[in-house]
Design a protein around this ligand. Structure first.
Ligand SMILES: [Zn+2]
Ligand SMILES: [Zn+2]
Length: 235
């Protein structure tokens, strides 16, 4: 496998030494920043004030989800990594992200014991163009590591929304409103789920995860958490 498809560092994209598949090169291991305390108890974003419970955003808003955690600070290194993962076909980076999620959050995952991971869906058109859904890739890898099912196609995407990164905070909210639905066939299955973790790649304003959480809650899912790979840095 290493000879035919050499592993690449998920941060700088350089080919890794033989046998280093799933890992990261030494230089990049020093560059990437994990989310460390103090962070917001709701969205998991790093904050400056260690006495504050929530970030400025979460002090003002209410959310349907209970709380969530993120892995990396979305800085220029991770920006490049995620961009290649989403837009340049580096599907295999999911294994690295999931491995790091596992190392960092498996204790927490086992504690809350979710019935399933729910990856944020992409619209069919985007899926066909890209060939995969990045959140599903992460969810699948995490599922293998933790033995918790990753349920795809429960939540579907109705609207082919504009990429959130191109929009302001207010535009993001209306862009994503009504973007998800759960079809009748999945409704019954959904009613059996008591607790889930939503999986996404980047948390910015939280409106995508919130919108997804709303449709799950409407279907009777009681406890909703989330895990994402990157989150905006300190505000
Ligand atoms: Zn590297
Ligand atoms: Zn927050």
């Amino acid at each position: 496998m290493d000879i035919v498809y050499p592993g690449r560092c998920p941060v700088c994209d350089n080919v890794l030494n033989f046998g280093c598949r799933d890992y990261i090169c030494h230089e990049c291991a020093d560059k990437i920043k994990f989310v460390e305390e103090p962070y917001c108890k709701k969205c998991g974003k790093p904050i400056m004030d260690e006495n504050a419970e929530y970030c400025v955003d979460c002090q003002k808003k209410t959310f349907t989800y209970i709380y969530g955690r993120a892995l990396f600070v979305y800085d220029r290194h991770m920006r490049r990594s995620i961009a290649r993962f989403k837009y340049s076909g580096r599907r295999e980076y999911a294994r690295f992200y999931a491995k790091k999620l596992y190392e960092r959050y498996n204790d927490w995952i086992q504690l809350i014991r979710p019935d399933a991971y729910i990856p944020i869906p992409v619209h069919r058109k985007r899926y066909n163009k890209r060939g995969y859904n990045q959140a599903e890739e992460i969810g699948d890898c995490l599922s293998e590591l933790t033995d918790i099912p990753c349920m795809k196609n429960i939540v579907m995407r109705t609207k082919n929304t504009l990429p959130q990164k191109e929009l302001s905070q207010i535009e993001r909210k209306s862009n994503i409103e009504g973007a998800f639905f759960i079809n009748q066939a999945s409704e019954e299955l959904c009613q059996k789920l008591e607790c889930v973790i939503i999986i996404d790649d980047i948390y910015t304003t939280g409106s995508t995860i919130e919108e997804c959480a709303k449709v799950l809650k409407n279907c009777g899912v009681n406890k909703i958490y989330f895990l994402c790979i990157c989150i905006g840095s300190v505000i």
